[in-house]
Design a protein around this ligand. Structure first.
Ligand SMILES: [Zn+2]
Length: 261
């Protein structure tokens, strides 16, 4: 076969085309226009206490990751919601926050987000939800409740963090990659969950709201809300759980450490 063989030329064109698409998709994720960075910085300074606690180096890391998520996720408005840039930034804020300690921060499989104006009905079960995580890679939010979650950063109720905790748990349980290596730590947390759920369901006074007693998955999601919005309270009430969450998320918000290796 000679270099001028049409088949050979076609093969070269094909490989070059694939490479071009690959390089273009990577470039779109890492190229971060300065004007956009400044606008996002202004936005998160106004809306995210977590962002405000980061030093300048970590703020850059936060913005870069938020930008990557906004470019790589399909964020789709439902029932009339128009997905504007501020809505995108609110949707990805919790995703950046919960995975901030990781080098590989994308959650396996989760690539699509539906944003509803308010609570929505699951068409299969008929139940109403404020948020939902589907194992096949779909996360759904009520926009109203998502925004409300960021209004009070100390009340340990944050829909974004709650749903992202479900997505992260699913990612850890099903991944053989870097997040899969966190399985043993998650197991320890779920063992603590079973003991604490008994107390919650027996009506004993508890740092968590009663919803945490529904099942181990809800307990974990509520624990993550407390970890970020009530870290000192959680650390003093349930120190072992707090320490295991630090190991799992590689962050220690009670000490304002957001990158613990
Ligand atoms: Zn939940």
């Amino acid at each position: 076969m000679s270099f001028t063989d049409p088949f050979y030329l076609l093969a070269i064109a094909f490989v070059a085309g694939i490479n071009f698409l690959f390089v273009r998709s990577i470039w779109r994720l890492v190229y971060f226009p300065k004007g956009e960075a400044r606008a996002m910085d202004r936005f998160y300074r106004q809306h995210s206490l977590y962002y405000n606690k980061l030093d300048d180096r970590l703020k850059k890391r936060f913005l870069q990751r938020a930008y990557s998520f906004t470019k790589s996720l399909k964020i789709i408005g439902r029932m009339g919601v128009e997905v504007t840039q501020p809505i995108k930034l609110m949707v990805v804020a919790a995703m950046v926050q919960i995975t901030f300690g990781y080098k590989r921060y994308f959650l396996k499989n989760f690539r699509t987000v539906f944003v509803y104006p308010d609570s929505f009905r699951n068409p299969h079960t008929g139940n109403m939800h404020d948020g939902e995580v589907h194992p096949r890679g779909l996360i759904s939010f009520s926009l109203k409740k998502l925004l409300k979650g960021f209004e009070d950063p100390y009340d340990a109720i944050n829909l974004g963090l709650h749903e992202m905790a479900h997505a992260l748990m699913h990612s850890i349980l099903t991944s053989s990659g870097p997040q899969g290596s966190l399985n043993a730590t998650l197991d320890d947390i779920l063992t603590i969950a079973r003991l604490e759920m008994e107390k919650i369901n027996a009506g004993e006074p508890h740092v968590f709201r009663s919803y945490a007693g529904a099942n181990a998955s809800e307990f974990f999601a509520v624990a993550v809300e407390h970890f970020f919005e009530n870290p000192k309270g959680l650390k003093s009430e349930l120190p072992t759980l707090y320490s295991k969450l630090c190991d799992l998320l590689k962050q220690d918000p009670a000490l304002n450490l957001f990158l613990v290796q």
